[in-house]
Design a protein around this ligand. Structure first.
Ligand SMILES: [Zn+2]
Length: 232
């Protein structure tokens, strides 16, 4: 048996983005074994921190690692890449038995039923009214915290690109989008809908060297506080 490695993640920020006070450990938000598309399994622990200043408007916020949050999708024990692959293969007409077989080749164990559940949830996220979510989530952040903080992830698999946008205070999914990998123009168009708002102060995203970061940074087109997902 392979030993399962435990990886512990803390928030990418050390100070409260609202008042600048220290963040202190509160509790472990998520602690579960995740299967990756490499066939590896890791236990991912996501530690929750909060602002020590009780008068801070964000004193109720539990800040977590955006890197770990992108691995530990609520209700799933599969990495975002495995989930994306299931969605893409299903869209291409693969039966769930065939998807099981494909995943088994990668070393990922999954049941037929799980494939259906994941696909239904992903389909709902992909067709969600993201414009409405942008409006609601941005209003909430601006009203409560005076700023908007986003987490934008991009991954490519099987000739497709999946872009996921979450807000960084409560980790709510705002949008999920699927593109042909080469279709950079469509990616830019969608990103504009998310990042043109001047109230956005911070984006946590993929590392600087990646093609996606170059696209994003060009679309953002102004000074922005960036944090990058920790390399896994
Ligand atoms: Zn604070």
């Amino acid at each position: 048996m392979n030993n399962i490695v435990t990886k512990v993640y803390k928030p990418e920020i050390e100070k409260c983005p609202i008042c600048g006070s220290k963040l202190a450990y509160r509790y472990t938000v998520s602690n579960k074994i995740i299967q990756f598309s490499s066939g590896n399994k890791s236990r991912i622990k996501n530690l929750g921190y909060s602002c020590v200043n009780q008068d801070c408007p964000a004193s109720d916020v539990i800040f977590t690692s955006q890197t770990a949050s992108k691995f530990c999708i609520k209700g799933y024990t599969y990495s975002a890449k495995v989930i994306a692959l299931i969605t893409i293969l299903k869209n291409e007409g693969y039966s769930r038995e065939k998807i099981c077989a494909e995943l088994a080749l990668l070393g990922v164990e999954i049941s037929d039923r799980n494939i259906d559940n994941i696909y239904e949830r992903e389909k709902a996220l992909l067709s969600a009214d993201y414009k409405k979510n942008i409006e609601t989530e941005y209003e909430f952040m601006a009203n409560h915290y005076g700023q908007i903080r986003l987490s934008i992830d991009s991954l490519t698999i099987n000739g497709k690109r999946v872009v996921s946008i979450r807000e960084s205070f409560h980790n709510h999914q705002i949008g999920l989008h699927l593109f042909d990998e080469e279709d950079t123009e469509s990616v830019k168009k969608i990103l504009h809908e998310y990042v043109d708002d001047k109230r956005i102060t911070c984006i946590t995203t993929v590392r600087k060297m990646t093609d996606f970061f170059k696209i994003l940074d060009k679309v953002v087109n102004r000074d922005m506080e960036y944090h990058h997902f920790i390399k896994y």
